[in-house]
Design a protein around this ligand. Structure first.
Ligand SMILES: [Ca+2]
Ligand SMILES: [Ca+2]
Ligand SMILES: [Ca+2]
Length: 253
């Protein structure tokens, strides 16, 4: 990777979080039926109909891997875009976060990975749901507790708030059989997040190699849906109005 590419990567990964005050925009293409339109991607990210024997809702889902195009990490064909995962020895930030955020312990660091992110306006109380699946070959350290377990993340960043990082799953939690070059899968799971603050929000998803570069995993994403906070029903507004009128009358006596 050239110095220019390194700088470009760093700028790309940090910029969307810095530009949190950009013009309001709606969440878009959460089903990936328009490919990666509306999303920023780093590393090996592509829209696919299926991977590891798991299929998309609709025609496409996003697939992120930590597999090298050369296939040196375990097998050829697991890198789907031809773009290498981001090497953390070159990239100072990933999803705008320090790499150490993704380390399982100080002794076991994150090595390389891929990510996707999108920014949009939210209201406090809005709910984000998405379908995810961790598909993997990386089961070498099952049961040891540290080292080598690839990890999938979900990140929420909002101006003035600490970044909210969720460890969605680790490769040793994938206990169902997979196919198509992968051994195991967590199966499709749903995650839900409620925004606590109105304004611009950046959401991000990532899959990382931990402990070494070897043995690949994929994170699938689909049905990323923002559901607006329910507005107060009419009767509740009328009751609130009545209460104010009564309060004013009692104050005037
Ligand atoms: Ca879809
Ligand atoms: Ca790798
Ligand atoms: Ca790995």
């Amino acid at each position: 990777m050239t110095q220019f590419t390194k700088v470009l990567f760093g700028a790309f990964l940090v910029a969307p979080l810095v530009l949190g005050s950009a013009a309001a925009q709606a969440q878009t293409n959460g089903g990936f039926e328009s490919g990666l339109t509306g999303w920023s991607a780093a590393g090996d990210v592509s829209a696919q109909a299926s991977v590891g024997g798991q299929t998309a809702s609709g025609s496409f889902m996003a697939v992120l891997t930590n597999a090298a195009p050369s296939g040196f990490d375990d097998a050829t064909g697991l890198n789907l875009s031809g773009t290498a995962p981001v090497d953390f020895s070159f990239a100072p930030n990933f999803l705008g976060l320090p790499i150490t955020t993704f380390d399982l312990s100080p002794a076991v660091g994150a090595y390389e990975g891929s990510a996707i992110q999108q920014s949009f306006a939210v209201q406090a109380g809005d709910r984000l749901t998405f379908r995810w699946n961790l598909i993997t070959n990386d089961l070498l350290n099952t049961g040891t507790g540290i080292g080598g377990v690839d990890t999938a993340f979900f990140v929420v960043a909002q101006p003035g708030q600490p970044d909210f990082v969720v460890r969605l799953g680790e490769s040793n939690e994938a206990i169902m059989a997979a196919s198509g070059g992968y051994s195991n899968t967590t199966g499709n799971l749903i995650h839900s997040h409620i925004f606590s603050q109105s304004g611009m929000a950046t959401i991000g998803f990532g899959i990382v190699d931990v402990g070494d570069y070897a043995v690949s995993s994929a994170l699938t994403l689909d049905q990323v849906i923002l559901t607006p906070v329910p507005e107060a029903p009419l009767w509740a507004l009328m009751l609130a109005g009545l209460a104010i009128v009564r309060m004013r009358k009692s104050q005037n006596r």
